[in-house]
Design a binder for this molecule. Structure first.
Ligand code: BG6
Ligand code: GLC
Ligand code: GLC
Length: 923
């Protein structure tokens, strides 16, 4: 082999040396021929070794452990299922790169009816050599030009054209319509395309061309088109094999085996890109000197070594190199070569296929060789045919080894003893070469005996499959548009948020003046934050958030808290007032007993997180219930009296109720104990609200003009006068209508934890009815109110969660979704929580600006004490609030402090301050 090899390498020299030595004798020549052809023989053991090595590389690449330049790439496509057969519509398909220098445009009609096919119309264009090797833009402009030339000639409706782009080169896909070229293969080497999104390049070119408005919907590899175009048969067609100019295969892999995908269910089509397989150990022994020469003289030396033994671009060239060598050695053509025989690319796949075809006969071989400027004798014709057979048989066998590796991979991943599968085959080598497919099939049977494979030739070169993928992609794109339309009203721009801020300022001013306003701006009679000199033991109650708590707060140099959580059943929260307050007192008694406090009458602070008109610190008339409370006979009553009456009913206890405090105020006080600049309290939990220190002179209805007082804004009700109507979506309306307080707390219903899950649920119902989610199937669970808790938003939006976990969360809810569904649900959650955080930020911006203006400051530095489960648990809420405040109140430096101990502590501190002041007055 070596002697022939070296003489095959350096063409000029070797030809000369042959002729110098004179023509070899008959026995020498047959030995030379034998040796030469022998190089193309591949043993079964070698094929098995290639199969095993390729399988190893495939599995390694799937696990994501491949080296930077992997032997095979295993590129996931965004095709997740084989066709249903129900896809329909008209599609334009543009094929680039499968077949040599030709570009094909097809008009494919999918009928959606099994067995009913409409022949596609198609046209082929030859890409000039200078375009294949020129600038990328030129290539795509050429493609756009061909497209419009084709379309000009079609007697069809050319509105709303959807195009599938078959682009047969290794690409990293990041979506059905996003694909970055990794590197050119085969005869292409256009500059400026590698590393670019080829869909975008095509779109740009179509736009530049300007003739048609075409939407490039999907991009696929030719192997994928081949697989997808396969008519649904008895067994699933889950492998696509192409042997055309190049060679490659794709197959349906279990998504969980593909490490780069964040998905554990379902299947995904993977393009193997086996053309680049180059394991030295396995391939080395079968590489001939002709392979080395061919590689050396190719556009991409060192790359695609496997493809260069199989692909149609190379078979003719290999034959040419062997013939030239044999001619130079004097074995062929009487030792004469010809300029054509010595020039690259003069023998094409078509020639090889014809010369090998037994039906063409010797005359045709003769003619082909003559066209090459050669004068073949009868024995030459036979020998040339042998060379063609040797080169092509090896190609088919190697291809079979690769296919056997894919089948083994498929079998491993399916965990099946015997795999029954259909392989769709396409490409000119498969279609036109007389024996390629039969050698391939026979060898596959030998190498993968446990697989029962049927081979199905693709009908129209994969064009139909590309149209299938395009149909699916078009459906998904339509869904995305519907999703975007649905979520658009939730995406607020700067002007909208600034308008909310301005409205809020107006409503604040009116409320403070005692004029009609959706903001009540309730005075709290809290005039100062703690100064640190407060001391004593206090009881505190905390009612109105997620938990009802009773607390013992010891204020010394620091604050110590002991607390107990009690439940308030919905029947109690929405039963009679007496029942509710009796229940509260029962809890206090229980707490006192547990803490050994029975019989002591500690001063008590009551965090009561509902709107109250206060006439003093220990008097608060409940204006109306909010959130989930609706106990009867309480509205219009003094809550402290209701509590005292219940205490009286329960004679055993004595309690000294000193202060009633809203949770916002409790939070502000509690944070104010640590940071004296804390002059705002914010709650984003079950409900939402804020309080802040206002100048007394601005507060109508409270005597005195100096100093400040904390104002409970009750901003949850902001917009109840219709001023937020422009922001209300149909989903807000549905949530409001189904609530226990329709048309009340409109701002709160767009922001707080009690409602966000419900908004999401209503959006999901809507998207389902549009067929965008859950394949349009109405899911009973989703009809259930409150099934979608706001804490799911926090979980789903958590960055550390993979999409598969999002799916698991939703499946636990009984929502059977695909990964597309999961992604959409995530986007819905994001839109809803983002709007909530931005609206909340606009509110805070209004407050800080008011404080700044009150004080006539150029710049204000202020802290906000914050509490609430949504604010604390949601991964992005707090940063979005802060960002919005920065944007809308650029002259305020706002620090957000999360309250750690709840508002109970604040209520105790308010009580402590009151006690201190009372003592002072007594003294
Ligand atoms: C806590 C208070 O600090 O925050 C509660 O102690 C308050 O009274 C709550 O209502 C708000 O959070 P959530 O999420 O429990 O409503
Ligand atoms: C080359 C390409 C590959 C394509 C194959 C067949 O190997 O890299 O993407 O599928 O040729 O056309
Ligand atoms: C509701 C209440 C309000 C409270 C807020 C947060 O909006 O009306 O008083 O501060 O919820 O809990």
């Amino acid at each position: 082999m070596d002697s022939i090899g070296s003489s095959g390498l350096r063409q000029g020299e070797e030809a000369l040396s042959c002729s110098e030595e004179g023509l070899p004798g008959p026995s020498d020549s047959s030995e030379l021929v034998q040796e030469c052809l022998q190089q193309f023989k591949v043993t079964r053991a070698q094929l098995q070794q290639i199969q095993a090595s390729l399988l190893g590389s495939m599995e390694q690449a799937l696990r994501g452990q491949a080296s930077p330049a992997p032997a095979v790439r295993m590129l996931p496509t965004y095709v997740g299922s084989t066709p249903h057969g129900t896809e329909q519509g008209d599609f334009v398909v543009l094929e680039l790169g499968a077949t040599g220098a030709s570009l094909r445009v097809l008009w494919v009609t999918l009928t959606g009816i099994e067995g009913h096919r409409v022949e596609p119309r198609s046209q082929e264009f030859v890409i000039p050599q200078e375009v294949m090797l020129g600038a990328g833009q030129q290539l795509f402009d050429f493609a756009a030009h061909c497209l419009s030339e084709f379309l000009d000639a079609q007697p069809v409706n050319k509105q709303g054209l959807q195009l599938g782009f078959s682009f047969s080169f290794p690409c990293h896909q990041t979506g059905l319509d996003r694909s970055t070229l990794i590197s050119w293969t085969k005869g292409f080497r256009c500059s400026g395309v590698e590393g670019q999104d080829v869909v975008q390049l095509l779109r740009d070119a179509i736009r530049r061309q300007g003739a048609y408005n075409i939407d490039v919907v999907a991009v696929v590899n030719d192997t994928v088109g081949t697989m997808m175009g396969c008519e649904p048969g008895v067994r699933p067609c889950e492998v696509g094999l192409v042997v055309d100019t190049g060679t490659n295969a794709c197959y349906m892999e279990e998504a969980r085996h593909v490490a780069v995908l964040d998905e554990d269910r379902g299947r995904v089509c993977v393009s193997v890109e086996w053309g680049s397989f180059s394991d030295d150990g396995a391939l080395g022994p079968v590489l001939t000197t002709f392979d080395h020469t061919l590689d050396h003289e190719s556009l991409n030396p060192g790359a695609q070594r496997f493809e260069k033994m199989i692909g149609g671009l190379y078979l003719g060239e290999l034959v040419r190199l062997v013939l030239a060598h044999l001619a130079r050695c004097g074995v062929l053509f009487g030792g004469c070569t010809s300029p054509a025989l010595l020039s690259q690319g003069s023998i094409l796949l078509e020639h090889v296929a014809e010369m090998e075809d037994p039906s063409t006969g010797a005359a045709r071989v003769h003619a082909i060789l003559q066209d090459l400027g050669l004068s073949p004798g009868a024995s030459d014709v036979e020998l040339v045919q042998h060379v063609c057979v040797a080169v092509c048989t090896r190609a088919a066998q190697l291809c079979a080894a690769a296919l056997a590796a894919v089948l083994s991979c498929l079998q491993h991943s399916r965990e099946q003893q015997t795999l029954q599968v259909a392989v769709a085959t396409g490409g000119r080598v498969c279609e036109r070469h007389p024996r390629f497919c039969s050698v391939l099939q026979g060898t596959v049977m030998l190498l993968a005996p446990e697989c029962d494979v049927s081979f199905i030739p693709s009908v129209d070169g994969g064009g139909r499959g590309v149209a299938m993928v395009t149909a699916v992609a078009a459906r998904l794109a339509a869904h995305r548009r519907l999703l975007e339309e649905t979520l658009a009203p939730f995406r607020l721009n700067h002007d909208q948020l600034a308008a909310v801020q301005a409205q809020m300022r107006k409503a604040m001013a009116k409320g403070l003046r005692g004029e009609a306003s959706s903001l009540r701006m309730l005075p709290t009679f809290v005039r100062a934050t703690p100064d640190g000199s407060e001391r004593g033991d206090f009881l505190a109650l905390d009612l109105g958030g997620t938990n009802f708590r009773v607390l013992l707060v010891r204020v010394t140099t620091g604050v110590q808290i002991t607390s107990e959580i009690y439940s308030i059943p919905e029947t109690v929260a929405q039963g009679s007032g007496q029942q509710l307050f009796d229940h509260i007192v029962d809890c206090i008694v229980d707490f006192q007993q547990k803490q050994g406090l029975s019989g002591q009458s500690l001063p008590l602070g009551f965090t009561f997180s509902f709107p109250c008109r206060q006439l003093g610190l220990d008097q608060g008339i409940l204006l109306n219930w909010t959130k989930g409370f609706k106990a009867s006979d309480c509205e219009g009553q003094d809550v402290v009296s209701l509590l005292r009456e219940a205490i009286t009913r329960r004679q055993a206890v004595e309690l000294n109720v000193v202060a009633i405090v809203n949770d916002t105020v409790g939070t502000m006080m509690s944070c104010g104990y640590e940071d004296p600049r804390c002059e705002i309290g914010l709650i984003v939990g079950t409900g939402t609200n804020a309080c802040y220190m206002e100048e007394l002179r601005n507060v109508a209805g409270v005597p005195g003009d100096s100093g400040r007082m904390c104002i409970n804004m009750e901003w949850g009700a902001f917009g109840d006068d219709g001023s937020l109507a422009m922001l209300n979506t149909r989903f807000d309306a549905s949530v409001d209508q189904a609530s226990i307080n329709p048309s009340k707390q409109r701002f709160e219903k767009m922001i707080s934890g009690m409602y966000l899950g419900e908004i999401v649920r209503h959006i999901l119902l809507h998207l389902t009815s549009l067929g965008v989610l859950f394949r349009g199937q109405q899911i009973q669970r989703l009809q259930t109110r409150d099934i979608f808790k706001t804490k799911f938003l926090s979980e789903i939006e958590s960055d550390s969660l993979a999409l598969r976990q999002v799916r698991a969360i939703l499946e636990d809810l009984g929502l059977p979704l695909t990964s597309d569904d999961a992604l959409m649900v995530l986007e819905v959650c994001q839109a809803v929580s983002q709007r909530a955080a931005q609206l909340c930020g606009a509110g805070v911006a209004a407050v800080v600006e008011k404080i700044r203006e009150n004080r006539g400051l150029e710049e204000l530095a202020v802290s906000v004490g914050v509490d609430g489960t949504l604010y604390k648990l949601h991964p992005h809420f707090s940063s979005l609030v802060a960002a919005t405040v920065r944007e809308l109140a650029p002259r305020c430096v706002v620090t957000f402090l999360q309250s750690e101990d709840g508002s109970g502590k604040g209520a105790a501190l308010v009580t402590a301050v009151a006690c201190r002041l009372a003592q002072l007055t007594r003294v």
